[in-house]
Ligand binder design. Structure first.
Ligand code: GDP
Length: 295
């Protein structure tokens, strides 16, 4: 029973699953390649990634005289993706994760799920309620904290987010905590102010722990396609993202988006969300992902 395979069901059934039939009993000719291209573009793999993958497929199919083009395609797809999974057993203590992203992408849920993943590894986790802008954000995170038995450091609505991060880090140091996960605001309008706020949070974190944050994760809604990628570029310019969490891949048939995101942003995918439940956040593994797409 595989959560990732289940989460990518829509994409597999609508698009990628057809590749099997496409390959069955046929050689890899121009017609097949054209159909393959269409399937990949419709799944949001992205024009560049599709081109790269198919060029490699053509070349290696010829050179290696491969008997099984599907296996070859799978290997090439796996190689195409950065493989830098999120470290659930980090050496640094506290390990500091700053989580950024636009409202509604699944940021709070992802933070909660991430906290649960670390807890399951025996780590002592602290949440920092750094979205001081959206009225309900602090309460929402506190609610998760209660449910997961994770401490939440929070100030009042409208207060300085960097000060929350500062307090959370000092709390973590004094209480010998393993992991600090910091929430941030995600207001779409007044974007430049948000980016300044994120930079300030990062500066303040570095005052307490110079080599932190150890991860800056951007949460991206996987159903938003190219718009999500444009959003991501704004964040990437403002602060050095170390990884991306793609959410809601269960809700789309365009689940090939990880290729486009990885290719266009040059940032590794570290997590994928394939459902609303806590166990539906999965460490991104290119091989499992490609297997789930191809079936
Ligand atoms: P935030 O505004 O970015 O903090 O977003 P929330 O964490 O509140 O999430 C917005 C909605 O997306 C909620 O209803 C979540 O349950 C839902 N959500 C988050 N991740 C996933 C996912 O991987 N799959 C699905 N189907 N829903 C998700």
């Amino acid at each position: 029973f595989n959560k990732i395979a289940e989460g990518l069901k829509k994409t597999r059934e609508k698009f990628f699953g057809n590749i099997k039939t496409l390959f069955s009993g046929r050689i890899l000719d121009e017609d097949v390649l054209e159909e393959l291209e269409e399937i990949m573009i419709l799944s949001d793999v992205g024009v560049e990634s599709t081109k790269d993958i198919l060029e490699k497929l053509k070349e290696r199919y010829k050179k290696e005289k491969s008997e099984d083009p599907l296996l070859l395609l799978r290997d090439i797809m796996v190689e195409h993706l950065d493989n830098k999974p999120l470290n659930l057993n980090p050496d640094k203590k506290p390990f500091v994760i700053l989580v950024v992203g636009v409202n509604g992408t699944g940021k709070t849920t992802t933070i909660a799920k991430l906290g649960k993943l670390y807890k399951e590894k025996g780590k002592d986790v602290v949440f920092a309620a750094g979205d001081t802008f959206r009225a309900a954000a602090i309460e929402q995170l506190k609610e998760w904290g209660k449910r997961l038995n994770i401490n939440v450091i929070a100030h009042s609505h409208g207060s300085d987010a960097a000060a929350v991060a500062y307090d959370a880090l000092n709390h973590a140091i004094s209480k010998n905590k393993d992991v600090v996960i910091i929430d941030t605001a995600g207001r779409l309008h007044t974007k430049s102010n948000l980016m300044e706020e994120l930079k300030k949070i990062k500066r303040v974190i570095q005052k307490v722990i110079p080599d932190a944050p150890h991860e800056i994760l951007l949460v991206l809604d996987g159903t938003t396609g190219q718009n999500g990628i444009i959003q991501a570029k704004v964040f990437k310019e403002a602060i050095d993202l170390s990884g991306i969490a793609i959410t809601k891949l269960d809700g789309t048939a365009k689940g090939g988006i990880a290729f486009a995101i990885n290719q266009e942003l040059k940032i590794p995918i570290k997590l994928i969300g394939v459902g609303e439940k806590a166990e539906d956040l999965q460490i991104f593994d290119p091989e499992m992902y490609c297997n789930a797409l191809l079936g």
